[in-house]
Design a protein around this ligand. Structure first.
Ligand code: SAH
Ligand code: AVI
Length: 343
């Protein structure tokens, strides 16, 4: 673990704050990516875990996707956040506001705007993301915008490093964007259990869920007309190239995204447009793709109210408040930890 503190001179005039970044990935990340990619590319069907989308370019592409008219989750969740922020933030002071898979500062700013400057100065915002660039950029943005707000950026894998979160103060955790849908069902329950295990009795957890809706709307969101989702999907191969000294040619793989209704999830794949061989130097591995062979890169589950209620219950949590847009496209669910013994 390595703490990297860089002074931000000239940005905050009255009370310059240090940009504090805690990097918890270190050497582990290289071991994990080697193992994950070897496992994924030797299994049938082949896959690459979706957390590897997010290098600096992947994070930027995702931000651009969020601005697309077809990508309804961001604007829908934002409209709910704007409505509930004053009520949600009423009592937040002397607490930590922790955001898991924080990405850009767009959504959290809506919540921070609903807190008085005095209360912002008494609390701390902790963005946690696997993408170092996302943590640094969003922390810088927030320091500029809210000079009074202490920010501690944490670069970590939220699937296995929830123990790195500070526990000394009351906290509200946010897990927005429907990112929970990118986990398999069992993983999402283990993840929520691990998070709830780190919660005090009065801590809260706000989770965004993308709800089931028509095939046309869902498929348009993952097959946008500007081709940004296709670029985002193919970028995972650039990440593998960079991390494992591999020679994937992303343009030889086509983007494929469809709504698998029986599994209630959008699936993204990359399909070889001709026979391709790839060498991954760092792990001394060759992979042959026949034309048409695919790599499964992401699932994005779409939820029902019943499905969410079951998941929350199985994770040892309970629903405190449920917020949804008028069309029922997106839910923000505020959860608390069940008293121990009642799981
Ligand atoms: N919460 C933001 C970003 C969603 S994109 C929003 O709602 O718009 C998903 C984010 O989760 C990305 O920033 C990505 O880098 C991060 N992420 C994905 N897998 C992760 C993991 N295992 N650990 C930590 N962060 C992860
Ligand atoms: C981050 N996550 C919730 C996005 C989603 O919709 O599943 C990632 C994404 N994949 C393609 N477009 C956006």
């Amino acid at each position: 673990m390595n703490v990297n503190s860089a002074e931000m001179t000239g940005v905050v005039e009255s009370r310059p704050r240090a940009l504090e970044i805690l990097d918890c990935l270190d050497g582990e990340y290289s071991n994990n990516i080697a193992r994950d990619i070897r496992d994924g590319l030797t299994s049938s069907p082949r896959y690459i875990p979706c957390k590897y989308f997010y290098d600096a370019r992947g994070s930027r592409l995702f931000e651009e996707i969020c601005r697309l008219p077809e990508y309804y989750p961001t604007r829908t969740e934002i409209s709910i956040l704007r409505e509930i922020a004053p009520h949600l933030m009423e009592t937040l002071d002397y607490s930590d506001l922790v955001e898991l898979g924080s990405g850009s500062s767009l959504k959290i700013s809506i919540l921070l705007d609903a807190i008085s400057e005095t209360n912002r100065a008494s609390m701390r915002y902790i963005p946690v993301d696997i993408s170092e660039s996302a943590v640094i950029e969003s922390s810088k943005d927030l320091l500029e915008r809210y000079p009074e707000l202490p920010v501690l950026g944490v670069v970590a894998d939220f699937m296995c490093q929830s123990d790195v979160l500070p526990a000394e103060r009351p906290k509200m955790l946010c897990f927005l964007g429907g990112t929970i849908g990118n986990m398999e069902e069992g993983d999402s329950i283990s993840f929520l259990r691990a998070v709830s295990g780190n919660m005090r009795s009065d801590d809260t957890l706000l989770v965004g869920f993308d709800m089931v809706k028509s095939r046309e709307i869902v498929e348009a969101a993952y097959n946008d007309s500007r081709g940004l989702t296709s670029e985002f999907n193919r970028n995972i191969l650039n990440v593998v190239n960079n991390k494992l000294n591999a020679d994937f040619k992303p343009h030889l793989f086509e983007h494929l995204a469809f709504f698998n209704e029986s599994e209630s999830r959008v699936e993204m794949h990359l399909r070889a447009s001709r026979d391709v061989s790839v060498r991954l130097e760092s792990i001394d591995m060759e992979v042959e793709f026949k034309e048409g062979e695919t790599i499964h890169t992401e699932n994005s589950r779409k939820f029902t109210i019943q499905g969410i209620e079951d998941m929350v219950d199985r994770a040892g949590l309970y629903v405190q408040d449920w917020y949804m847009d008028a069309d029922g496209w997106f839910s923000l669910v505020l959860m608390g930890r069940k008293p121990s013994g009642s799981v």
